[in-house]
Design a protein around this ligand. Sequence first.
Ligand SMILES: Cc1ncc(COP(=O)(O)O)c(C=O)c1O
Length: 340
Amino acid sequence: MSSVAERLARHPRAALGHWPTPLEPAHRLEADLRPAGRLWLKRDDCSGLAGGGNKTRKLEYLLGSALAWGCTGVVTFGAVQSNHARQTAAACARLDLTCDLVLVRTVARDDDHYRRSGNRLLDDLLGATVHEVADDDEAFTELAGLVAAAEAEGRSLYTIGPGGSDPVGTLGYVSGALELAGQVEARGLDVGRVVVAASTAGTAAGLILGLAAAGLDAVVDVACVYHDAALTAAAIRDLLTATAALIEMEVPGDDRWTITDANLGPGYGIPTEAGQAAITRLARTEGVLLDPVYTGKAFAHLLASLGSGAGDDPRDVDRRDVVFVHTGGLPGLFAYTPTL
Ligand SMILES: Cc1ncc(COP(=O)(O)O)c(C=O)c1O
């Protein structure tokens, strides 16, 4: 029987990122918090594609598939400040594919920073064609028009759903988890928990699958930043089943992950005080930048779970090491200038 890594290698993959991303200790934060275990940052914000972030891993498999199908362009979706859209634009530029971004005005922000700066500025710089729409209905109408126009011209478009979280995209984080497990093993670390933000859930699902495949005895601790825990858990379960089938592995059990929406706050794209405090704290201890929509909220969850520190607080759930997967999002800071 082949290994999961071998079965993964059968899927087409486009080279887009700088791998492995670093696994770094958070020394100063540790000195401040004094948790029982050690704290590590898995720096997927340093993935190397136009500002970096978690979408690079998914796009390697998604665009590998697009090229294998002979597609000449890509269409994808996201919020106006989508990191996924920006990374898709960059990947398409690199691979000489056309890129249409259908961006939905999901977040109720109308200031110039949100509408024009951050990821939205970069989409233009990277040469994508942006179609801003009011809601999902308009997005589907736009998609139908784009596909029909491409067909009429003899071009074929590869459609990527929001966040790139289909089973093919999720393979990117199966691969990312194998990479992380290799780093953990090589350094002889005792990791009990891996914390990650979830919106469309492919990152979390891929991590759960890959860590299980690697036999790493660590729980993936999922912090919801988009839907609530029930909806996000359902999305994770669907992706676990469909992606496990693609790489012929068993679906990991429920004991391999936990989920919380305690730090979601009022909703997707609405910054929270705890998230802002987490951004400032990591910036001023480690010189590492989080974002207000995803990683700030997930890091706020991590900080809350560590209690007051000293390793003897009952809220410090960890006696073993904790890894925070830094999924990127830096351009979002500029989009939220007035709030920050
Ligand atoms: C910076 C950042 N972190 C985390 C996520 C969540 O990843 P996923 O959509 O796979 O749950 C996203 C994507 O939406 C993101 O852009």
